[in-house]
Design a binder for this molecule. Sequence first.
Ligand SMILES: [Zn+2]
Ligand SMILES: [Zn+2]
Length: 686
Amino acid sequence: MEGIVRELAREIRENQVRDKYRPIAFSEYLEMVFADPRLVRNAYQRLYDMILSHGTHIAKVQEKEVIRYNFFDDPFTGGEDAVFGIDEALKNLVDTFHAAAKGLGPDRRVILLHGPVATSKSTIGRLLRKGLDEYSKIEDGRLYTFEWDVSDLEDEPNDTVPCPIFEEPLRLISPEGRQKLLAELNRVFREKYHGEYTLRVEGDLCPKCRFYFNRFMRLYEDDLEKVLKHITVRRLLLSEKDRKGIATFEPKDKKNQDEEELTGGMNWRLVQVYGSDSDPRAFNYDGELCVANRGLFDGEELLKLQEEFLYDFLHATQEHVIKPKKNPRIDIDTVILGRTNNPEYRRVKANERMEAFNDRTRKIDIPYVLRESDEEKIYRKFFGKTTRVAGKHIAPHTLHMAALWAILTRLDEPTGDITMVQKAKLYNGEAIPNRNIDLKKLRDEAKDEGFFGISPRYVIDMISKALVNDTEGCINPYRVLAMLEDNLTHHSAIDENRLDEYKEYIELAKEELSAICQEEVRRVISHNPDELREVGQKYLDHVMAYLNDEKVEDRYTGEEIEPDEEFMRSIEKQIGVTEAQKDDFRQEISNWISERARKGEPFNPEQNDRLRKALEKKLWEDKKHNINFTAMVSDKTTDPEHKRRKAEWIERLKQEFAYCDVCAENVIVHAGAEVAREELEERERA
Ligand SMILES: [Zn+2]
Ligand SMILES: [Zn+2]
């Protein structure tokens, strides 16, 4: 046991921050600052550098290059809080921090994350808080504060008094002295660290520190050197838990709001001790704006705050100052971040008395994601990457279809000849075959997209509900879509006026799902690489002859024959290539073949997605009539040959598409029913 304790102790010691406990003399601190002027960065500068310290990369989204900050992938917990699919909004946010770091204006604004419910607004706040906490522990993100040695003073109960708001030690130097110092520091900062903004240490000492400063100045007859001997500089570790430099805030209901929560207030016990209610030592510096000094103030639902308290924010942002009742002002240095939902924002925006406040906010829109694959990632983050959750299997396409539906509710109806599902696919970076669509135009005509529709939270809740209610050990997309539809009416967050649309989108998702399932079943039943290659080669021979105006040599008879138009069309129409489009398609295949030949790669139709699909469908068409589906899928089938083949399909569905026994059986029955229905329709038509 002792060994374990020793090992633990060693690990803890090694993981400790280097100078966490070390007392540092003020003169030594000055040396440290000249060696690394980044120590005196203000809150905006440190936050901005923190984000950049994790690096960036360029991501390509729909042919457009966007910068992606690795920080938003959540480097702390391996992606638990990663933010997906809103790279442009995140860039806007970081650009705002950048401008604030340079002192260009946003540093005098409440930075307000605005968007519908359950976007990543809270996640972004949480990441920034975590990021600052971690950054303050490493060498690049260090910062310091100080405490007073008051052991010589008679009426002080303690030997040391730390600055209650963790001030930067350089605030102990007069504004004029500081200017000279900062000029020199900025020179070093530019040369050594390529600093692109100006270091500034603004504001006066807090009232408590000013009290001791004046007292020691009086004692030493204005000898600053002697006064500073009473200063011990200390490493400051920003921590939400320890209430140092990181504060969160959520307004209580209207009746119970108390401005002291933000600014701090008198400590009546200490008023008794010091005998005056204006003694700065008798003030509690525990308002959230004080706690946030040097770091980040992160306010939830900020606009729900009573109007009079919003003025505290005005002072804090515009002037970087807190003005408690009956007490001197406190200069602060903190990033003020707020979050708000659509309705609150509109209410405050419409209130004329709030004009001053509205003027001093910088709104950053945080929309819902509009790419289905990003939406699916949000669910995966919640349910995990495996296909089993809580001992249950999640059938293929379950999250995919839920995501498709959620995206559909967030889109405007497109103009022109394109469907909602096609629009969703285009947004997702998928091409619509045989079509050339101006994506930018589509986006431009739908500026509000991302600010209405269903929240990912509703979808996650419904998937969870389906998991809990399940009895078969596997939840499938049909079940989840039904769950999403059935609960729409008794969900408070859902817009009643859009219920019909939402239900319509459920049908669209089901159609899409049916097509995908059929294709998978088709593939496991009819896919045979040899056959595919054979038909593919034949198609290719005829296409080349057609394009070059030549004849084809018949493989068996050696006879020269005309390209077989009927045969080529029977394949092309499988994937919707029309008579008018056939020449383009044939040319496309021919180009693809030449390209491969140039690289010395042999013909393999499986490597061209559209050709493969067309050939598979063709083979399926030729075969399906020979399969007695009704008998095959029937539970009562006794034919050993049928049983053997069905078992084979189930095995392939499991191997190739990650189905389990339950959902594989379901999907075969489903696809079988579709084929039976089609055949019936064909017979009726004939
Ligand atoms: Zn202080
Ligand atoms: Zn399953």
